[in-house]
Design a protein around this ligand. Structure first.
Ligand SMILES: Nc1ncnc2c1ncn2[C@@H]1O[C@H](COP(=O)(O)OP(=O)(O)O)[C@@H](O)[C@H]1O
Ligand SMILES: [Mg+2]
Length: 272
């Protein structure tokens, strides 16, 4: 793969993964290959249980593939590493710490020499980017679901990771809050440098945020379909209602149905 020698492009090469279970090996991924160039934003969609979270755990080094290679910045992943940031659907926060205290947690682990003042400054900088200035000293339980996710994004980015992994971080939010978070994500991307892998089951979210959308087949998952989103960098929520995007969404919907096995890959949607 080109362009990933420095920093953090992501590559999975011919990755097959089995979980050992009491009933024997359980195959989740089958010769799965994908590349995210440095600085790109990829969305990964696919049927429930197809192996999306497994991909995130492999990329973050929490799991080792049964076969195949995972590379970050061109080097082989052999275990968890500090240049990765992660956010999930249900962020775990320490209630006895305030917002800033929760955001700087990764720095306490990977940047031990960083002065506390600088850590707090970094947290404040991110809080401003996600429009949460003034919430520095709130406790997690004082925050709404959307605010918690903003804090979770700040924590994932606080140590300036090369790779950001988002596993359905907006999945539990109501529709309007979710859209606000998309805009937050958009502004974070303008100010911070990272390669992002977003897992989502929301096709509009995948189109709005990413440069490319990848559809996984059902388990054991392969890469079934991949498309580039040609909407430029200045995207507005209204763009999602254009004829082009509507057609694209219908096409992705079709791909999901193929992945779910509801329809054959040979069947066509109207106008495609
Ligand atoms: N540690 C594990 N041991 C056995 N099976 C697992 C384990 N983790 C996940 N699975 C199974 O692997 C499949 C894929 O899981 P996952 O990657 O979480 O799917 P997704 O995120 O796409 O919904 C599911 O059937 C799940 O039950
Ligand atoms: Mg999952």
């Amino acid at each position: 793969m080109s362009g990933t020698q420095e920093g953090g492009g992501i590559a999975l090469r011919n990755v097959t993964h089995f979980f050992e279970t009491p009933d024997g090996p359980f195959q989740v991924l089958d010769d799965f290959t994908m590349v995210a160039e440095v600085g790109s934003f990829l969305a990964l969609v696919g049927p429930s249980g197809c192996g999306k979270s497994t991909v995130t755990r492999l990329v973050s080094g929490l799991l080792t593939p049964s076969s195949g290679d995972i590379l970050l910045g061109g080097s082989l992943v052999t275990g968890p590493r500090p240049n990765v940031g992660m956010a999930f659907q249900n962020p775990v926060m320490l209630e006895w710490r305030d917002v800033v205290g929760n955001i700087i947690l990764p720095l306490e682990i990977v940047a031990r020499d960083m002065p506390q003042k600088a850590r707090v400054e970094r947290a404040r900088e991110l809080l401003e980017l996600v429009s949460l200035s003034g919430f520095e000293n709130k406790r997690p339980s004082e925050l709404s679901g959307g605010m918690r996710q903003r804090v979770s994004l700040c924590r994932a980015l606080v140590h300036r990771p090369d790779v950001l992994i988002l596993d359905e971080p907006f999945g539990a939010l109501d529709a309007f809050t979710r859209e606000e978070l998309w805009l937050v994500m958009q502004s974070l991307r303008k100010k911070e440098q990272f390669t992002c892998l977003l897992i989502t089951h929301d096709l509009r979210e995948s189109v709005f945020l990413s440069d490319e959308v990848l559809v996984m087949s059902d388990r054991p998952a392969r890469l079934q379909y991949q498309t580039t989103i040609e909407l430029g960098t200045e995207r507005s929520l209204k763009d999602l209602y254009s004829v082009e995007v509507t057609e694209l969404l219908a096409h992705l919907r079709h791909q999901i149905e193929v992945a779910q096995g509801r329809i054959g890959s040979e069947s066509q949607i109207i106008d495609s």
